[in-house]
Ligand binder design. Structure first.
Ligand SMILES: CCC/C=C/C(=O)SCCNC(=O)CCNC(=O)[C@H](O)C(C)(C)COP(=O)([O-])OP(=O)([O-])OC[C@H]1O[C@@H](n2cnc3c(N)ncnc32)[C@H](O)[C@@H]1OP(=O)([O-])[O-]
Ligand SMILES: Cc1cc2nc3c(=O)[nH]c(=O)nc-3n(C[C@H](O)[C@H](O)[C@H](O)COP(=O)(O)OP(=O)(O)OC[C@H]3O[C@@H](n4cnc5c(N)ncnc54)[C@H](O)[C@@H]3O)c2cc1C
Length: 663
């Protein structure tokens, strides 16, 4: 039997309706149809071929990406694609480039932070790509600490302009995507200075390049920051360095929704919180959670298909060897990742609806849910990206030696994905923001009832004193037992930190001293959100034979895997006995055997095309070995029998040996 037959047999074992699961994964039939249509459009168009990328040099790779982006823009216009379709099209092209910054950051920054007048002027230009923008916040010396940025924007009364300047080397903008070679404009974050007074960091629209010939404008020095991790991966993006030498812009190019500077040089703070200036980061963090489920599902799809094809050991009487997916150790590493991909998918849908709600409230000047939205996006961004980056690497290991080949698709995916742990808020820094929110919520509880994702803190008294009543492994198959365990663990960790901080005379000092424990408590809170959201999702109608049942199994796998992994927390907070923890682990192993027959069908439900996976190991048809052989033959080193350099550097050594042998 060949890999093709193995996967065919595996698909027959499925206990649920795969087409219905595809819809459940996508969120709705309409969402499925849009993403499916765009995936096929990209996969079937030779312009979007990406298998040659790893063999290209940087300049060629960059040019190739520009070509694809231009062609995609043409398709978007010629086919009159909707905004949603265009988003999926860009996603499936699967190469970071300047348009990510244009659509994910530049346009949202104008929308969220521009005044009505500014939006009327700049948005049509950006939306039709008459200008191309980037988001220039991070500097050589400051990324996480936004208030520490050094670039200055000094108001000049006489000319009614701001003077944008890089006073030090460390104030050089460093990292913004698309900035080195493509962007004509940037939203530049700089310290506002009026008459020698500092008014905090604000965004300014600054033109970098001529719209006539694309040359850099006077006073601007811009370039690329150099190659990044991996060969292909993020190197299609021109992340840039930018310096300003007293560049002048009109006053009305400061983004003026949150605060304004008048012609007289008066600083006016609107009736909206200053944190709205951070709004672009919040909206991108939500997108990053959604991207985590996509990246993880991709790695899991490759590792699961290959694990069903790969056989090692266990052959008796000349019969077939064991499929590696049947090893319990393989299942215990792979299936939690499969469950996590679904968990992240559902929590990202929930987060999107939370964001929509916050946006509507902001329009009505209701800012009450802003702190919670910030904590959720920051925390979930951190949790999902960390788990996804680790998960991709685990999938590489699950594929043994072949996982290390570029043709497996996994090294490229990892190198491309891993900066998500750093950009848009370094993960630990983000968890500390969650901690601030939680500690503040606890400190305000005497006069303010916690709501939303923190509402369980309001049930502190029972949660602090109850004990788990699980007696058998079956008792763990109960959503309320699971939620109670996660709530209790989180509440006890948060309260413990809060009480210890309260003992410090200086609360900030206490917070810093306990920051390691606070990060762990924040993670416990975020895991509770993911687990609860998964459970809530299962309370909704999910059509299709066996679909809901399969998702229930995955939900328990996700929750009990976390419980097992973090059993130290659950035991230390005194809610579980070691016997109950071990019953959870017994149940987890039983659940793995329920996932096993459905594993291939579950990864088929992601509906990933072979183009998107770009993996010989993860091919839908399972024809792995012949295609691996074919891919190897195509390596440029195999173009000739005698490679360049052999005659020059190897032959002389061989000949010298001959000479010595004669002696
Ligand atoms: C996709 C690839 C492209 C990548 C692009 C990039 O990477 S672009 C670059 C991406 N770069 C990054 O992601 C940089 C990451 N760094 C940051 O976002 C900020 O520097 C910070 C949040 C760490 C600290 O900020 P700070 O020193 O100004 O603040 P503080 O800690 O003193 O807190 C003050 C209060 O503000 C609150 N609050 C804070 N943020 C928000 C918010 N978004 N919303 C609402 N509220 C928020 C906070 O909770 C606190 O509330 P409290 O307690 O007073 O009620
Ligand atoms: C691929 C990529 C693309 C990017 N694109 C853009 C872009 O388009 N525009 C843009 O403006 N920026 C961009 N960035 C920059 C990115 O946003 C920053 O790198 C990120 O916010 C992290 O900041 P930092 O580099 O200053 O890390 P640092 O804050 O210097 O982190 C270093 C270490 O210090 C720790 N640390 C920092 N502060 C604290 C604290 N208070 N408590 C405890 N530990 C702390 C961190 O946990 C980390 O371990 C990009 C970065 C990458 C990698």
């Amino acid at each position: 039997m060949e890999g093709v037959d193995y996967l065919r047999d595996e698909r027959k074992k499925s206990e649920f309706d795969v087409e219905a699961m595809k819809v459940a994964w996508a969120g709705s039939r309409e969402a499925f149809q849009v993403s499916d249509r765009m995936a096929k459009l990209v996969a079937n168009d030779p312009v979007f071929e990406k298998f040659s990328k790893p063999t290209l040099g940087r300049k060629e790779m960059f040019k190739n990406t520009l070509r694809k982006a231009a062609y995609a823009w043409k398709l978007i216009n010629d086919l009159h694609l909707t905004e949603e379709e265009a988003k999926w099209l860009r996603h499936y092209i699967d190469e970071p480039n300047y348009t990510d910054l244009q659509w994910e950051m530049f346009v949202p920054a104008l929308e969220g932070q521009g005044s009505e007048e500014q939006k009327r002027k700049w948005l049509p230009l950006a939306q039709t790509m008459q200008i191309i923008g980037t988001y220039a916040q991070t500097e050589l010396a400051h990324g996480s600490n936004v208030q520490g940025l050094e670039t200055t924007a000094t108001f000049d009364h006489e000319t009614d302009q701001f003077v944008i300047h890089s006073p030090t080397l460390t104030s050089s903008k460093w990292w913004p995507g698309g900035m080195a070679k493509v962007a004509t404009h940037a939203i530049v974050y700089a310290r506002l200075i009026i008459d020698g007074h500092f008014y905090g960091v604000h965004g300014f629209i600054v033109q970098l390049r001529s719209l006539e010939d694309h040359s850099t404008l006077p006073g601007i020095t811009v370039g690329d920051i150099g190659m990044k991790f991996g060969h292909g991966a993020y190197n299609t993006m021109d992340n840039g360095v930018l310096r300003f030498d007293r560049v002048r812009i009109p006053r009305n190019q400061m983004l003026m929704r949150v605060s304004q500077v008048t012609k007289e040089g008066k600083y006016v703070q609107s009736d909206v919180p200053r944190q709205l200036a951070y709004g672009t980061m919040v909206s991108v963090r939500q997108t990053i959670v959604s991207d985590a489920s996509k990246a993880l599902s991709r790695a899991v799809c490759i590792a699961t298909r290959y694990s069903a094809i790969r056989r090692q050991f266990g052959s008796h009487d000349g019969g077939p060897e064991t499929q590696v997916i049947d090893y319990k150790t393989q299942q215990s590493r792979l299936f939690p990742l499969l469950a996590s991909a679904f968990a992240f998918r559902f929590v990202s849908e929930w987060l999107k609806s939370l964001q929509t709600d916050v946006k509507q409230r902001l329009e009505a000047k209701d800012f009450s849910t802003l702190p919670e939205a910030h904590a959720c996006t920051a925390g979930l961004k951190s949790l999902t990206t960390a788990a996804t980056a680790d998960g991709i690497e685990e999938c590489r290991k699950l594929c043994g030696g072949h996982g290390y080949l570029i043709s497996s698709g996994l090294p490229e995916l990892y190198a491309y994905y891993v900066p998500a742990c750093t950009y848009e808020g370094e993960n630990v820094v983000m968890m500390l923001q969650v901690a601030r929110f939680l500690v503040k919520t606890v400190s305000e509880m005497s006069y303010k009832q916690p709501v939303g994702t923190a509402d369980y803190l309001g049930r502190m008294a029972p949660l602090m004193h109850n004990n788990c009543d699980v007696q058998t492994a079956e008792d763990w198959l109960n959503p309320s037992a699971i939620v109670k365990a996660f709530e209790t663990r989180a509440v006890r960790m948060i309260v413990d930190c809060s009480q210890r901080i309260a003992k410090f005379e200086n609360q900030e000092e206490g917070f810093a001293e306990l920051s390691t424990d606070l990060v762990e408590a924040s993670l416990a809170h975020c895991q509770l959100i993911v687990v609860s959201t998964f459970i809530q999702r299962l309370k909704q109608e999910i059509p299709g034979k066996g679909v809901k049942q399969s998702l229930e199994v995955l939900c328990y796998v996700y929750a009990l895997y976390l419980l097992h992994k973090h059993q130290g927390d659950f035991l230390a907070t005194g809610y579980l006995t070691s016997k109950q923890a071990s019953l959870a682990n017994d149940q987890l192993k039983t659940l793995y055997s329920k996932v096993r027959p459905n594993a291939i069908a579950l990864v088929d439900s992601f509906n990933h095309t072979d183009h998107y996976l770009s993996s010989v190991l993860g091919r839908y048809d399972g024809n792995v070995y012949p295609k691996l052989y074919e891919a190897a033959r195509k390596d440029p080193l195999n173009d000739s029998d005698i490679a360049d350099g052999i005659n020059q550097y190897v032959q002389p050594i061989l000949k010298q040996k001959l000479h010595l042998a004669k002696l």
